[in-house]
Design a binder for this molecule. Sequence first.
Ligand SMILES: Nc1ncnc2c1ncn2[C@@H]1O[C@H](COP(=O)(O)OP(=O)(O)O)[C@@H](O)[C@H]1O
Ligand SMILES: [Mg+2]
Length: 236
Amino acid sequence: MTPALELRNVTRLYPGEPPIRALDGVDLRIDPGEMIAIVGPSGSGKSTLLNIMGTLDRPTSGDVLIDGIDTASLGDRQRSGLRSGRLGFIFQSFHLLEGMRVVDNVANGLLYRGIDRSTRLKRAREALELVGLADRAATRPPKLSGGQRQRVAIARALVGDPALILADEPTGNLDSQTSEDILELLEDLNAHHGATIAIITHDLEVAERIPRRINVRDGRVEDTAAPPPIPVEVPA
Ligand SMILES: Nc1ncnc2c1ncn2[C@@H]1O[C@H](COP(=O)(O)OP(=O)(O)O)[C@@H](O)[C@H]1O
Ligand SMILES: [Mg+2]
């Protein structure tokens, strides 16, 4: 099985005296169908990690493979092609176009894919159905609640059937009941629709529900949920 994402010995230094090691020898593999949480204190390297996972930034050293494709040799255009084809993004602040109908916001997730407009709209409606917003297709975002906006953003992230969805603090702007609903939606998309999802969060309530957690500390990662080996009882 081709991993959705593989990081091999990834280091990212920022200039400074001495240089800042935002990521320090990170190895990470996410398989298709997984849902993981990435947690860690402020300044630990989560955003740097997300940017590198999303090919928005390049590592100083090490390899980044998305859906089996080594990103090192790709130029900027090929990287944006890879992003629009194989990655979906969900942000804390939704990043919707306010003047544009919900269905067009979602269909935008299929731009640069060589898909004609009527097919884009059809697939956008299907994605809206999945997130429970089929009846709001013609609405514009200012008329929606925060939770509904985040559902639109989720539909946009999944409309292209990406190898990996990266969610950066997806519940950070929502009240606790709405956060719960959004998390349930993401869990449902993972469990029943095959979505592979990595959620960056500092919300421990969110993180604790997700079986595999990646702890980031000082630019290093630790897989907290990797189960300890089961001791084998040896009969005396
Ligand atoms: N553009 C940058 N230039 C210099 N240092 C940076 C930059 N971005 C982040 N850092 C530093 O890298 C470390 C990790 O930051 P970041 O990835 O933003 O962590 P987090 O998202 O977990 O808060 C911090 O020490 C931060 O100050
Ligand atoms: Mg951050």
